[in-house]
Write a new protein. Sequence first.
Length: 494
Amino acid sequence: MSPDRQAPGVRHVSLRSGVYADSVRLMQVSRHVGALPGVGAVLVAMATPLNLELAAGMGLAPDGDAAPDQLLIALSAGDEQALAAAVATVDTALAAREDPGEARAVPARTIGAALADLDAGSALAVVSVPGPYAVAEAADAIAAGHSVLLFSDGVPVEHEVALKRAAHEAGVLLMGPDCGTAMVSGIALGFANAVRPGAVGLVAASGTGAQQVTCLLDAAGVGVSHVLGVGGRDLSAAVGGLATLDALAALDADDATERVLLVSKPPAPAVAGSVQRAAAGLTVPVHSAVLSAGSPDLTAAVEALLSDLGVDVPAWPSRPGTADAVPPGAVLKGCYAGGTLADEAMLIATPVLGAVRSNTPLRPDLDVGTNLAARGHVVIDFGDDALTAGRAHPMIDPTLRLEAVAAIADSGEPAVLLLDVVLGYGADPDPAASLAPALQAAGLPAVVALIGTEADPQSWSRQADALSEAGAAVFASNAAATRYALDLIGDRHG
């Protein structure tokens, strides 16, 4: 999506009724159309208040009233020919989702209607609608006796608590809200990777953290039974670990799971205590991959689990870079798509560099908000809600992060770039295609934490080779990538 581009020229703004596609698909269409020659601003999205506000900011507000169930197509281009090509591409992309030669039943309009004819417990409901509408859909699925993966964000915390209590009473599990990664009985949901089946189950209050862990396990030859995402707020004092406790109990009762790994940012102390007591009472051993200043990093947590399983810790895959000389005074510039990976990088870097500023800082006084041009040591989480409003997540659309890399290079501040690239289902089908030339153009020493597997659609080796050829040092471990970037800076930091 290109909400910040306001190209002069001709414009097309239209509203269509009776047309719906999920937000991820529409963002992919927007990105594809925005890459066409001569196209300026692009917004293909449902006409929600937020998207209408974005369109107005682009100078592409529709005439008259718009309803949230209408599809908004807002485009600008340099001339009529480019505009016509853009509109035609949108039409083709939307039409490709329908097969006119196949008779189709009228789809159900709600989760409740879709589940009405199913036996309780026979389906997992996936809810991915705007937050204000998600609660009712999730509640209907729970009432029908189904577990729910709630992908939606924007759900008030009091509603999250009510849904999780209802799920517990119904004997089902609510994963989420804002649950972007899960795996149930080998089926990947949301952003997940192609990993081998096995005996390790995850309870994860972190999407990219879970992806890092499962990919390292896969590289060690160890498979996964389930990844049960619980949402980033579950271990807060407000929610109290409701879904975590239910997920631990579910994995303890699962015959295929022999070890459990809990992946999370630091929980509230009281919640951590209740989770630890619950884990101690389970039959299956529970290991911790909870990030904090005094805890092992995610890679170290995986290595401890491998040792417990009697599995040799492998040499984690990597590729060399070409950064031999780093200028004096070089600073760390972390440009991350994964929030937990950004936190892990800051936890490792802070004892070495001192203060690291961020939009998701370890200390409130180091908050830079959305100021991507902040000087000094900076780690930015480009997946934070403030930077993804109205645009695709950076794992899908790298535009904002690529622009930041170029800006860092143009600033003249000596720097080492540290980035994550997360592969897997739902992610950019070829991230190196855009990142490799951007890194070459920047001309700065670059280190990449490449999170993925050989079986992923993008292929870890193929992406690693392309990024290495562009000069970046590539690591399968985010912790290893961070330490390598710190070694490059060495004693040159100010």
